[in-house]
Design a protein around this ligand. Structure first.
Ligand code: FAD
Length: 292
């Protein structure tokens, strides 16, 4: 099933994002983690790929994103979305990945440009995610296609407004749904949504929420994506930074409050960045299940 179909059921779509095993992880542990997350029965699970497309293309070294997406779809019975970056790939490489995903029964991709990785030479086949989306459409492989969006503007864009204009081009190239970058202040998402609708972006947009469980995690995320941290949030981190269990519980409570507010205001979808942490995913799910 394509993920766009979930949004036509007029309920808030609930998705969880996971990442494939890193070299240092035991594959078995990751698969049991995935089973625990899948047992929560989200509408779909999306699977990240490595920076610059390293794990997306998987030349001869396997393709962890493909393997995990296939496991979720075929072993756990949950629809999966494979993230796919294009910045360091040729059209042939992307086509091979798409064909493998298709053969594995994966029906959806999140089409991304990817971050510019100084260690990987850029290829010239794709400049923006919109080029990848057009390429997937023209491949005739019939994937459900999602794209990324940024409530505070993409880190390279001059302004949120400029970024939204580019987002409109991306949607016009054929992307059916959007998933947002994380944010910690719902008013930022509300204002982004309003601007996106005004400019004529009509596809469903899921709100990206990340429950914060450690100070290093938040520092890493913020340096990567530039999400702003409201005072209420930074106070919470400062208060509990040396008490891991308290910080985890406060992070779950903060994310729950964001999600309750979003759903009460008619959010079309919630995309939970659960960082492969089944405890956190389960707690959040328990808190909001009746709202969904
Ligand atoms: P684009 O949509 O191509 O935008 C990139 C920049 O170009 C923006 O500043 C945009 O404003 C500008 N732009 C776009 N079109 C035009 C145009 N026509 N003219 C001029 N400027 C333009 N990264 C990974 O490596 N792996 C992942 O698994 C992954 N998952 C993600 C999941 C989500 C939900 C999100 C929000 C991001 C994810 N990312 C991931 C990060 C993403 O790859 C980076 O943010 C990347 O820098 C931009 O990708 P994009 O697809 O949004 O790019």
């Amino acid at each position: 099933m394509k993920v766009s179909e979930f949004y036509s059921r007029r309920k808030t779509v609930f998705a969880i994002e996971v990442f494939p095993p890193k070299k240092t992880m035991s594959t078995e542990n990751v698969y049991s983690t995935l089973e625990e997350i899948a047992a929560l029965k989200p509408d779909y699970i999306s699977v990240t790929c490595g920076a610059g497309g390293t794990s997306a293309v998987g030349e001869g070294g396997g393709n962890p994103t493909l393997e995990v997406s296939s496991f979720i779809k075929n072993k756990c019975g949950i629809e999966s979305v494979a993230h796919l970056t294009c910045v360091a790939s040729t059209q042939n490489q992307v086509l091979r990945t798409l064909t493998s995903l298709k053969e594995a029964g994966v029906k959806n991709v999140l089409a991304l440009r990817g971050d510019i990785n100084p260690d990987l030479p850029r290829k010239t086949d794709f400049t923006y995610a919109a080029n990848l989306i057009e390429f997937i459409r023209q491949s005739g492989l019939d994937f459900g296609i999602s794209g990324a969006c940024y409530p505070e503007g993409h880190i390279e864009a001059d302004s949120v407004n400029d970024d939204i204009k580019n987002l409109k081009k991306k949607v016009d190239s054929g992307c059916e749904t959007l998933i947002s970058q994380i944010f910690f202040e719902n008013s930022l998402f509300d204002s982004f949504l309003e601007k996106a609708r005004l400019i004529g972006i009509e596809v469903p947009i899921s709100a990206g929420i990340m429950p914060v469980t450690s100070k290093t995690q938040i520092e890493r995320m913020v340096s990567m994506c530039g999400a702003s941290l409201p005072p209420k949030f930074t106070k919470m981190i400062a208060q509990y930074e040396n008490r891991p269990d308290a910080l985890r519980d406060a992070g779950i409570a903060y994310a729950t409050e964001q999600i309750v507010d979003l759903i009460s205001n008619g959010a079309e979808g919630i995309h939970l960045y659960a960082m492969n942490n089944p405890y956190v995913a389960r707690k959040i799910h328990e808190n909001i299940d009746n709202l969904l």
